[in-house]
Design a protein around this ligand. Structure first.
Ligand code: DX5
Ligand code: ZN
Length: 220
């Protein structure tokens, strides 16, 4: 799949899980661009969410591309499973995988978009030698594990660094930001070079998702 700039990816981590099908339909009607799916294993992060079975069911009911963010140890062992479950983009954490280059090639061979994520403390230069192969870099702007946390301002510098890196070296990866994104910071993030905006609580904790997403778009 081709990821596009200025996209909004609601994270279903903050959705009502007893009515997940309705929630997904609602964000589709609200013209979200992607569905962001946070997979957590209770090891790489403390929290535990869901795995390939739920993703397979989501895939069966929506046309929106699935942006699967793997917050799991050894994500390279799970690439085939998540690709088969219906992920359109697969994001792995550089902190969780010893062989990032090989894992990226594997994701691409399966015909999926390949992305890597950086925790708040990780320097962006770790991706430089694989950046040419990447579709996207996911910048974590909170420590991963939970929705509803506060955006970490130091991350702005990392976004600028990545934006400069791609301009100077002619890389084509998009920049995605995840954690604490809301209507108060989306304009600034967009001006720093962010292409894909993940928002969990800032979408699902509002009443009218369509109005919220329209407002986000007007600020991007
Ligand atoms: C955190 C997740 C995020 C999270 C964002 O580990 O990766 O996607 O759901 O939630 P908000 O937008 O509420 O910070
Ligand atoms: Zn995420």
């Amino acid at each position: 799949m081709k990821l596009k700039t200025k996209s909004i990816a609601p994270s279903i981590l903050s959705a009502d899980f007893l009515h997940l099908a309705d929630e997904i339909e609602a964000i589709e009607n609200a013209k979200a661009d992607l569905i962001h799916i946070d997979v957590m294993d209770g090891h790489f992060v403390n929290n535990l969410t869901f795995g390939p079975f739920i993703i397979e069911q989501i895939k069966g009911m929506t046309k929106l591309p699935l942006d699967v963010h793997l917050m799991i140890e050894n994500p390279d062992r799970w690439i085939d499973t998540y690709a088969k479950a219906g992920a359109d983009n697969i994001t792995i954490h550089v902190e969780a995988c010893n062989h990032i280059h090989r894992a990226i090639q594997h994701i691409k061979e399966l015909g999926k978009a390949a992305s890597v994520s950086l925790n708040p403390a990780t320097h962006p230069n770790v991706i430089e030698y694989v950046a040419r192969d990447l579709d996207m870099v996911l910048v974590m702007s909170v420590n991963p594990g939970f929705g509803g946390q506060k955006y970490i301002d130091n991350v702005n510098e990392k976004i600028k660094y990545l934006d400069n890196m791609r301009k100077n070296k002619d890389f084509n990866f998009l920049i995605e930001v995840d954690g604490g994104v809301n209507k108060d910071n989306i304009h600034l993030l967009s001006s720093l070079g962010v292409d894909v905006f993940v928002a969990g609580s800032a979408v699902f904790k509002t009443k009218d998702y369509k109005k919220t997403i329209e407002e986000f778009r007007s600020l991007m």
